[in-house]
Design a protein around this ligand. Structure first.
Ligand code: 13P
Length: 338
């Protein structure tokens, strides 16, 4: 496959495909495995992820997988490197390279994502391990007096420094400025905070000479806060999300792969589908889901080898539903037929 950044980015948003975010840190994996009563050991993390990576639907609907450092170095139970299993499906390995969100100095309740120190060397190593794209997630919370412009700028600056280093190393940067859905805020508040996050991001990417054609944006959808009394419906979420993106994301960006961020599986699919059904979009709109692709297979697996087939069936169904949503071709009937 081509090594040009533009070609890799296009392949990440190929028709009917999207990204599987399987880059949970060990701490987050512990929470996921605790929820099904499975101990968080290296072998269990491997068995769980191997179950997904070996599912034939990968070739059909998963363009890329975001890995955590442990997984990109790990081998399957039979000794095959995980990266080789992913590549055998025609899927592109990617890597999470930020080291997490930490308190932002002088800004109570706000965070900035770290991981720039030594990043050039780490990116070069990940390239030799097979990665062709990377991910960096900024976390922006909404509260009475936040997000501040300071927090938006600090995170956008770090995202752009990361993105420029990725492109130097031959990796497509996924830039992820996540405005959290948690809280009582309205959809308008989420829209406003997302607008500022995208404006700060694209100003910094331009200043730091990042080639947009070789990037992928991973944003939140524009939603009502989880504790907001009025919850916007599917059509409103789709229309306002597209409005926000059209106003702030340059057309040179090849694709936008949403995070699911805590939405239910069906909401994440329905929202993506409704946006693509609107048509007339300048970029491809797809998914880079963690929870919305994994919740069902995680539950079906339950840590037991005898459940692998059922877990793979659950993963296949969600991947197919989201694949259909990238074409605006998903329906309730299809969902329930699975
Ligand atoms: P969710 O889809 O679970 O939000 O995870 C995507 C992700 O990679 C967040 O950084």
């Amino acid at each position: 496959m081509s090594e040009r950044l533009e070609d890799i980015a296009q392949a990440m948003v190929a028709p009917n495909k999207g990204i599987l975010a399987a880059d949970e840190s060990t701490g987050t994996m512990k929470k996921r495995l605790d929820s099904i009563g499975v101990e968080c050991t290296g072998d269990n993390r491997r068995d769980y992820r191997e179950m997904m990576f070996r599912t034939p639907v990968m070739a059909e609907h998963i363009s890329g997988v975001i890995l955590f450092d442990e997984t990109i170095r790990q081998s399957a139970a039979d000794g095959t490197p995980m990266v080789d299993i992913i590549k055998a499906a025609g899927t592109i390995p990617g890597i999470k390279v930020d080291t997490g969100a930490h308190a932002l100095a002088g800004a109570a309740g706000e965070k900035v994502t770290e991981g720039l120190d030594g990043l050039r060397d780490r990116l070069n190593e990940y390239y030799t391990l097979g990665a062709r794209f990377a991910k960096w997630r900024a976390v922006i919370a909404i509260g009475d007096t936040i997000p501040s412009q300071y927090c938006q700028n600090a995170n956008a600056h770090a995202l752009a420094r990361y993105a420029a280093l990725c492109q130097e190393a031959g990796l497509v940067p996924i830039v992820e400025p996540e405005v959290l859905m948690d809280g009582p805020h309205s959809l308008d508040d989420h829209f406003a905070a997302t607008t500022l996050a995208l404006q700060a991001l694209y100003a910094q990417l331009a200043e730091q000479r990042v080639v947009l054609e070789g990037t992928i944006l991973k944003p939140n959808m524009t939603l009502s806060g989880t504790e907001c009394a009025t919850q916007a419906g599917v059509e409103e979420v789709a229309a306002r999300t597209v409005e926000c993106l059209k106003a702030n994301v340059p057309e040179a960006v090849p694709g936008i792969c949403f995070l699911s961020g805590g939405q239910s599986d069906i909401d994440a699919t329905a929202h993506l589908n409704a946006m693509n059904a609107l048509g007339g979009l300048p970029w491809r709109l797809s998914y880079s889901y963690g929870r919305a692709l994994q919740a069902a297979p995680l539950k079906a697996w339950g840590g037991r080898a005898e459940n692998v087939a059922a877990a793979q069936a659950a993963f296949t169904h969600r991947a197919r539903m989201n694949g259909a949503a990238t074409a605006g071709a998903w329906s309730d009937e299809m969902e329930n037929a699975g």
